[in-house]
Design a protein around this ligand. Structure first.
Ligand code: GLN
Length: 261
């Protein structure tokens, strides 16, 4: 069987030629051009390819299988144990970049994407990034090394900002904000559930983060949130300057709160 024939077969099994090609290129460590140049060669990795196809058929996200995910036009390392970065979180990063904070605390850093992008794009920034998952922090540290920003980010294994007493210009977070019991697509069952579910109502962790921000006397709070949480968050933050933003699909997706100066 040639490489081309293997690709054709996998495309039919997966009913998705694009994913069949991504998995094949991952297995052979080929880019698109190398795949084209070598497609008539005999295919020697039939069994390993079948294993990847089976993983995808069982709804494991392609990002976990290839251990790669694109965020903010960079390629980050990802594997099971951290939430797969979503494109809408790029908007949260954009708003943080506009403010250009010098000291930031990120709550729930996951794979580290938010802190790493801020470290890459803001000179002299100092970031403390926390997570309750040791596995996620290991992934974040690998990404920080990859992008050579480890000197700008201190990763801490803790709940919220427990035991951290520094002052920050900004607290940023994409916390778990889905309500418990909400029926999710099958792909999401492979992601850490404690990175997705925020409590019975969904906004409990967001409110906890707001409380922490208020206590800390920090200037800015930037959070991603669920499409249906604008009303509850605007009530909870009514004493502050507040701006909500939408994602590319037009859903409410987050807010920027600022202390009146
Ligand atoms: N900060 C990470 C992200 O935005 C992880 C978020 C999370 O685990 N809830 O992808």
């Amino acid at each position: 069987m040639t490489i081309k024939e293997a690709l054709k077969e996998a495309s039919l099994i997966l009913k998705n030629p694009k994913e069949a090609s991504i998995l094949l290129r991952h297995l052979l460590d080929y880019d698109q051009v190398q795949l084209l140049l070598n497609e008539q060669k005999p295919f020697e990795k039939y069994n390993p390819y079948q294993t990847l196809i089976k993983r995808r058929l069982s709804h494991e996200p392609i990002e976990y299988i290839t251990e790669k995910v694109s965020f903010y036009s960079r390629e980050f390392f990802i594997k099971q144990g951290a939430l797969i970065p979503r494109p809408e979180t790029e908007i949260l990063v954009d708003y943080a970049l506009e403010i250009k904070p010098q000291s930031v605390a990120e709550i729930g850093t996951g794979s580290g994407i938010i802190s790493i992008m801020l470290a890459l794009l803001i000179d002299n920034i100092k970031i403390t990034a926390t997570d309750i998952s040791k596995e996620a922090l290991e992934i974040a540290k690998i990404n920080a090394e990859k992008f050579k920003v480890s000197d700008k980010i201190t990763f801490v294994h803790t709940n919220y900002l427990d035991d951290i007493y520094d002052e920050f210009d900004m607290i940023i977070s994409n916390p778990p904000y889905i309500a418990e019991g909400f029926e999710l697509e099958e792909n999401l069952s492979h992601e850490p559930q404690n990175a997705l579910f925020g409590g019975k109502v969904g906004d409990e962790m967001l409110k906890e983060i707001v409380d922490i921000w208020i206590q800390r006397k920090c200037s800015y709070l930037l959070c991603e949130m669920g499409y249906d949480q604008k009303e509850s968050m605007s009530r909870y933050l009514n004493k502050f300057n507040l701006k909500f933003y939408k994602d590319l699909a037009g859903f409410n997706r987050g807010f920027i709160a600022k202390r009146g100066f």
